[in-house]
Design a protein around this ligand. Sequence first.
Ligand code: HEC
Ligand code: HEC
Length: 367
Amino acid sequence: MNSGSKLLIVLLGAFVFAQGCRHEVDPPPGPRGTPLTVPIPSNFPAMPIPPNNPFTVEGVALGRFLFYDERLSGNNTQACASCHAPQLAFTDNGTRFSTGIDGLEGSRNAMALVNLAWDTRYFWDGRRATLEEQILDPVMNPIEMHETWPNAVAKLQADPAYPPLFEGAFGTTTIDSVLVARAIAQFIRTMISGNSNFDKVQRGEPYLPTIDEQLGIALTQQEGGNPALGLGGQWGADCFHCHPHGGGRMTDGLLHNNGLDSEFTDLGAGGVTGLPQDIGRFKTPTLRNVALTAPYMHDGRFQTLEEVIDHYNSGGHPSSTVDPFMKYTQGGLQLTPEKKQQLLAFLHMLTDMDFVNNPAFQDPGTP
Ligand code: HEC
Ligand code: HEC
């Protein structure tokens, strides 16, 4: 046999093997049900949707039941919604750290679930790349829901209401963790916040912003620092590099060190990658609905938005990984009290009551 045909056989073998593997990871049950088009606000880009998990009416409805189902936890007391409540833009009850089913406290603040369909990194340290992967974690997390997936799935399988719902959404009555995650991911992708007063201004809809709001919008988009230095400074608040207004998300979704510390107890992305340059880097959260999601930062260290503004105004703490966009760790932004007030007015403008009160997001009861 010549080397060409040997190569062909090896390649063919690898192809057949890969198909076999894919078959196990990605089971034959696929999307079924009624295709659903989720409306996207006109100031947002198109939503990326994974080809193997398109929206269906049945999938989103099933995901909503599961999001509120306490049987996903070890002692049947905690649902996803226990730490991610719609009234608080899907965060928890204002505590620094969430408490799991065994009364144990985690070390991170519950994240808001807002406009996550557009992100490519999940968790504060960005350790998961898709919602479908991310959702598998909290169930197994010993200080969150502390349940095994086989147990959780067995509880759902034993409830006569669930198998037909899985059949409707995915074409099988056999429940597994992959399908549970797909259904919840569909529901989370529908959690779109795009009707704050800021959005109305962006879209040119009838809402007259106050003077403070107008100046606050401008401030976040102006470079910080002294114009006299000739480095393009505008005495602005310099928020837009990491929390850009364009695309509607109010986050770049990337990992940055925003100068909270000079020494790190939580290594952030560095704890995941093991790389020194990632130490202290965390996912930029959205600014949407921040007025509802106190306390702030990965460890909930700031109780109020005033404290957050003071942090940025101080310029933050220098370190070897502090972000290049935190340019004023020496000297600070030097915002006047009036400018701080304008910044606050801007942050409050991002509250979207249509989002938190949306009937489609509330507890649907038992299936
Ligand atoms: C005990 C409280 C608690 C429970 C229960 C819980 N979460 Fe979370 N959630 C958190 C915390 C804390 C974080 C941040 C964790 C981290 O970064 O390590 C988080 C992060 C997330 C994120 C990442 C958001 C982002 O912007 O990257 C998603 C999505 C999420 N949770 C969905 C869920 C789902 C779905 C469930 C149910 C299967 C669930 N959570 C159950 C507390 C909880
Ligand atoms: C260098 C990028 C960067 C810049 C510039 C920046 N931020 Fe942030 N912001 C982040 C990151 C990263 C976090 C999360 C950090 C953490 O928890 O460790 C964050 C967190 C926040 C939070 C907390 C949100 C929450 O859910 O806990 C608020 C509010 C905020 N930023 C507002 C602002 C404002 C206002 C400005 C401008 C004055 C600004 N940011 C400038 C990257 C940045």
